[in-house]
Design a protein around this ligand. Structure first.
Ligand code: TMP
Length: 211
């Protein structure tokens, strides 16, 4: 099948990555409005979560306020949610020839649990290959914002368990995203632009990359 982007594929899997406070949710929403104009079924989803059981894990993962988890337990929870999400939603929608736009995916696990928590990244990749059954994005857009700017933006907002980890953790995550972006040739976008400049840049890059 040939899509409006001219890419022969049964479906297109797009992920958006970035640190907290990069404006990801707003951009995903705007990009979704743009993609809706294309003649392809569109699914907007997010991680952790996206389907019923995975959303339950998300809630547990982010809002758990009991004893802290061991870092691998955290990675297993995310992997369990992802496996469910890929099997129940992402793969079926791609097989139907649709566009799946996902707010975060397995690269977030490498950034947060790998670089942030310091878990062995090769082992994380093995865990991820089980969770994703080998599925990789066709395009990843990384919304790049300095940690200090994201902290200012989020000042006064309620933090989830991961966001509350502190500056040093967030810097390790941001450094991890930067390494991954280079290694994996992501589309990198400066998230300090205005909302509309950023969404225009995102749409433009999407067109160029998928043409
Ligand atoms: P969100 O705020 O972008 O929805 O993401 C939820 C939080 O979950 C965010 O602080 C990052 C964290 N997270 C991980 O630690 N590992 C992961 O693999 C994913 C997908 C999210």
């Amino acid at each position: 099948m040939s899509t409006s982007f001219g890419k022969p594929s049964s479906g297109i899997f797009i992920t958006v990555e970035g640190g907290d406070g990069a404006g990801k949710s707003t951009q995903v929403k705007r990009l979704a409005e743009h993609l809706e104009t294309l003649d392809m079924p569109l699914t907007i989803t997010r991680e952790p979560g996206g389907v019923g059981n995975a959303e339950k894990i998300r809630d547990f993962f982010l809002n758990h306020d009991g004893a802290p988890w061991e870092s691998w337990t955290e990675a297993f929870l995310i992997a369990a949610a992802r496996r469910e999400h890929v099997a129940q939603l992402i793969r079926p929608k791609l097989m139907e020839g649709g566009i799946v736009l996902c707010d975060r995916f397995s690269d977030s696990t490498l950034a947060y649990q790998g670089y942030g928590r310091g878990l062995d990244r090769q082992l994380i990749k093995r865990l991820e290959s089980i969770a994703t059954t080998g599925l990789e994005p066709d395009l990843t857009a990384w919304l790049r914002v300095p940690v200090e700017v994201s902290l200012q933006r989020r000042h006064g907002e309620k933090e989830d368990r991961i966001e509350a980890e502190g500056r040093a953790f967030l810097h390790r995550v941001a450094d991890g995203f930067a390494v991954l972006a280079e290694q994996r040739h992501w589309c990198q976008l400066d998230a300090q632009q205005s909302v509309s400049q950023l969404s225009q840049a995102l749409e433009q890059t999407l067109r160029e990359t998928l043409q």
